[in-house]
Design a protein around this ligand. Structure first.
Ligand code: GLN
Length: 473
C-alpha cells in the first residue's frame, strides 16, 4: 500500500486494508495530507486543513485492532464549509462569517464521529451555497481537476474536487438545487442528494429550508450509500426528519422515465454520451419512456422564486449583530445593519435577498411566491402519479461539461445550470449523479431520480446507478 493506492482507493478498499492490517490510520491521514499539499494549490478545494489529533487517530486504530471497527472507522473525510464542526471555523465562504467558530457539531458530524472517521478539513463552496461554479466564494474558485481553467461546479465544488483528486474517499456537501450532483458531474465523481427529511440539517447553514439536504460525494455508488446509511435517520433537532410521508413500496422493475424535450436543453456532445448510456441500459433490460413533465418545463422558474424567498428569510440573521463581521455605520443601529451587510455579503447573496424579499412582500406575494408554491404542489402530484408506473426518472445531470472560470454570462445563463437538478429538490426526492463518460477529457454524469413516495427509493437508485457504473467500466 502506498500513496498512489490511497489516492485511488474507495471506502470499501480502505476498510479492507485497515481491517486486514495492511495499512494504518496514521498512514491514511498522512497520505491525505500529502495529496492536499501537492494538489490543493492548483485546485483550491480545501480552504483549511486540520491537524488530526493523535488521540483521535489512536482511538480509531484501537477499535480496528480490537476488531470493533465501524464501516467508516479510521477513514479520512472532509466537509463543506457550511457544515458545523465544533471548535472550527465555518464561513459558508462568506466574509460576514469570517470570524465565526462553530459552537456545536452538526448531526451528520456527530454520527460520523461516532464511527471514528477523521475529518481533515473544510471545503470551498459558493457563498451561502448560492451558485454553480464555486466562483462566488471569498476564497476564490475551486478549479476542476480535469482542467484547471474550468470550474469544479458548485456550490459544493470543493467537495467534488477533493474526492476527484483523491485527497479523501468521501466528502460531505449540501444540495438545495443541484449543488452536490452538478459538481459531481463536472468532476467525474458520484454525488448523492438524499430524499428530503432523511438526513438531518441540524448544523447546516440554511439556504432554502424546504429544499436543503446534506449528502456525500464519493468515488463509487456503493460508497455513497455507505455514507448515506451512516448520516441518515431521525433527529429531534430537525423536525423534517420526523415528517416522513406515508410511503409505498413497490416491486422494483426496469421501467425508466425520461422527461420529454430535454434534448434541446443539453449540448450535442452530452446528448451523445447520454444516448449511448441509454442504449447500454436498454441492453441490460431497461425500458425507457419519454413523457412530458411540467416540472421539467417550469421547475427552474419556480425554484428561483422559492429558493431566494427562503434564503432571504434564513439570511436575515446574518446582520453583523449576533455573529461574524460587524461594521458600525454612522447613524445608529439601522446603519450598523446596512454597513455590516454591505461589507459582509457578496453580490449574488445580496441579489437573492432582494429578490426573495420582493417575492414575499405583501404586494407581490400572491403573484410570485404564492403562485410558485401552489404550482409546486400540483407538479409534485403530477410527478407522483406519473412515477407510480415507473421505477425512476433519468436525464443528464448537467447540460454541458464544466464551464470556463470567469466566463461572463448573464443571470439566466448562470441559473440555467440548474435546469435538470432543481426538480429533485422541489419534489423532495432522492437523486444521484453517476459519471457516464467524458467529452474531451471533461467528465459528465447521468442523473437518476426517484419518486418521493417510494419507500424503496434508495434501493432503486443504488441498483440503477450500479448498472450505469458497470456498463461504463
Ligand atoms: N446552483 C443552485 C443555486 O445557485 C443550487 C445551489 C445549491 O444547491 N446549494 O441556487
Amino acid at each position: 500500500m502506498n500513496r498512489e493506492w490511497y489516492q485511488k482507493a474507495n471506502i470499501v478498499d480502505m476498510r479492507k486494508a485497515l481491517d486486514g492490517g495492511t495499512v494504518s490510520v496514521k498512514q491514511l491521514v498522512q497520505w491525505a495530507k500529502e495529496i492536499i499539499e501537492e494538489k490543493n494549490k492548483s485546485i483550491n478545494a480545501f480552504i483549511e486543513v486540520w491537524d488530526v489529533n493523535e488521540d483521535e487517530i489512536a482511538q480509531a486504530q484501537q477499535l480496528i485492532d480490537q476488531k470493533k471497527s465501524f464501516i467508516l472507522t479510521g477513514i479520512p473525510y472532509a466537509i463543506k464549509d457550511n457544515i458545523s464542526y465544533k471548535g472550527k471555523h465555518i464561513t459558508a465562504s462568506s466574509k460576514i462569517l469570517a470570524t465565526y467558530i462553530a459552537s456545536y457539531d452538526a448531526t451528520v458530524v456527530v454520527k460520523i464521529k461516532k464511527q471514528h472517521a477523521l475529518c481533515i478539513g473544510r471545503l470551498n463552496c459558493d457563498e451561502f451555497a448560492m451558485g454553480s461554479g464555486t466562483e462566488n466564494s471569498i476564497f476564490g474558485p475551486t478549479k476542476n481537476p480535469a482542467d484547471t481553467t474550468r470550474v469544479a461546479g458548485g456550490s459544493s465544488g470543493g467537495s467534488a474536487a477533493a474526492v476527484a483528486i483523491g485527497a479523501v474517499p468521501f466528502a460531505l456537501g449540501s444540495d438545495t438545487g443541484g449543488s452536490i450532483r452538478q459538481p459531481a458531474s463536472y468532476c467525474g465523481v458520484v454525488g448523492l442528494k438524499p430524499a428530503y427529511g432523511t438526513v438531518s440539517r441540524y448544523g447546516l447553514i440554511a439556504l432554502g429550508s424546504s429544499l436543503d439536504v446534506i449528502g456525500p460525494c464519493t468515488k463509487t455508488v456503493e460508497d455513497a450509500f455507505i455514507v448515506m446509511e451512516v448520516i441518515s435517520g431521525e433527529d429531534s433537532f430537525d423536525m423534517t426528519t420526523k415528517n416522513a410521508r406515508a410511503k409505498k413500496s413497490a416491486v422494483m422493475g426496469k421501467k425508466l422515465l425520461e422527461p420529454k424535450n430535454i434534448k434541446e436543453l443539453v449540448s450535442p456532445e452530452v446528448w451523445d454520451q447520454y444516448s449511448a448510456t441509454k442504449e447500454k441500459l436498454k441492453k441490460e433490460g431497461y425500458y425507457i419512456d419519454e413523457i412530458d413533465i411540467s416540472l421539467f418545463t417550469h421547475g427552474l422558474a419556480m425554484y428561483y422564486i422559492i429558493q431566494p424567498a427562503e434564503a432571504s428569510s434564513n439570511l436575515a440573521r446574518m446582520d453583523g449583530m449576533r455573529f461574524g463581521v460587524r461594521k458600525e455605520g454612522e447613524g445608529g443601529l439601522w446603519s450598523d445593519y446596512l454597513e455590516s451587510r454591505k461589507v459582509g455579503l457578496g453580490h449574488e447573496v445580496k441579489k437573492r435577498i432582494v429578490l426573495g424579499t420582493y417575492v414575499l412582500s405583501a404586494g407581490h406575494y400572491d403573484a410570485y411566491y404564492g403562485k410558485a408554491d401552489a404550482l409546486r404542489s400540483s407538479f409534485i402530484d403530477e410527478v407522483n402519479l406519473l412515477t407510480e408506473s415507473y421505477d425512476a426518472l433519468i436525464c443528464p445531470t448537467t447540460c454541458d461539461v464544466a464551464f470556463k472560470i470567469g466566463l461572463t454570462r448573464n443571470l439566466i445563463e448562470v441559473y440555467n445550470e440548474d435546469k435538470l437538478t432543481v426538480q429533485a429538490n422541489l419534489l423532495g426526492s432522492a437523486a444521484i449523479s453517476v459519471p457516464m463518460g467524458s467529452i474531451n477529457n471533461l467528465p459528465v454524469g447521468i442523473q437518476i431520480m426517484t419518486s418521493p413516495n417510494r419507500a424503496d427509493s434508495n434501493t432503486i437508485l443504488k441498483t440503477i446507478a450500479e448498472v450505469v457504473e458497470k456498463i461504463r467500466a
